[in-house]
Design a protein around this ligand. Sequence first.
Ligand code: SF4
Length: 467
Amino acid sequence: MFENIPVEVGLVHEGERVRKNDMQVELGGPQEPVKFEIVRVRPADAVEDGKILINGPDLSDMAEGKHYPLGIIVEIAGARLEPDLEGVVERRIHEYCNYIEGFMHLNQRYDIWIRLSKKAFKKGLASLRFIGEVMVDLFRKELPLIEKIQVTFITDPALVTPLYEEAMKTYEARDARARGLSDDDVDVFYGCALCQSFAPTHVCVITPQRYANCGAISWFDGRAAAGVDPKGPIYAIEKGSCIDPEKGEYSGVNESAKQRSMGEVSRVHLYSAFGYPHTSCGCFEGIAFYIPEVDGFGIVLRGFRDVTVNGLPFSTMADSTAGGRQVDGFHGISLEYMRSQKFMAADGGYDRVVWMPQETKERLKSFIPESVYGAIATEQDAKTLEELRSFLLSHNHPVTKRWEEDTPADAGDTTPGRQEVSLFSGRDIPLNAGGFRIILKNARITAEKVIIQPIRPGGERHGTQKP
Ligand code: SF4
């Protein structure tokens, strides 16, 4: 099928990493402000089947070790295709690109990060045309709904920017559709198992008020995908009975998660980062991380390059969050979920959020309640936990009330946030020691003091920030 491609193409290459030293060239990624990939459904006469266009320098024209902007536009046509399917088809770009030996694709939409290895380049993978050919073949084979497809790569900086702005408007229009619809209005949610090849126990549950972790699939997208391919990776979940409306626990979701995770995940709290939180594969747009010292949550999006207020960068916390596990206090989230009224509702919602980057705060301004907006610190207000504590006190943040409530009457040290804090609790807490895996069942760990030090983990997980 891929005789004309100079490298191997297949599932075996999914999950390969291209390290900086092995990299021929980088497209998109954190150093490039403008990058995107998008799928658009077009009328049949607007698509030239199999056409691949490259607007700007090709891979062979790019200097070794450098980074470049990139836009990928996939235009598709087919009698049964509808715009609701765009987001779902778009997510497959990530999957198909990763089948290509020496071609690493991370993230989605406006966050894409691609690296080509020197080895693959030397083997002849020196043109984006090959990438386009693989995409065209795989899309046609895997999604027979697509009758015509053309792919355009844009690397010319002057052309990428206006197309990026157009793409941003399309993403926003897609996301806005699901706003206004509540989880109580529907009987069916959708599940996505696309990322199970990287995190076998991860199952996304997509509801009107809980957008997919990757930020690429809405409830409407799920409905469209499950409608045309009910046996595919995106499937319907009958809600069943509501077990806990505050935490967002449903019998149908629990049953589905148990089945799809091979028994590893038997309960899911959709709106909480504690107890039985939604799992995270590694594609999440951001992380809500618990800060025990102030009993609140910090938020960090993938694009934030600095360390957060707890001294850890996104990449380190991504390792703790990813892997399809239910990790108390490390919660993979999408930007659109942060716009939902159910956003971590069981944990206090925005009344529990104490820190986020300034840029994220601005972006979410109209979705954060006015009552707490000014009391959420950013990197400009607090760079350390001490500074954060002072900021929260001086701005009368709602979490400071929790400090008073949590402090025992006879406690010797009454400094807010200095009491014993619940560090982790959960059904299973795995520990690795001396070559053994120890699992603490139904454990709750508390600590008088928490010291967080960055470590360099041995392994990496799908979508985490250090390729
Ligand atoms: S993050 Fe979730 S919704 Fe997005 S592709 Fe992966 S499994 Fe599907």
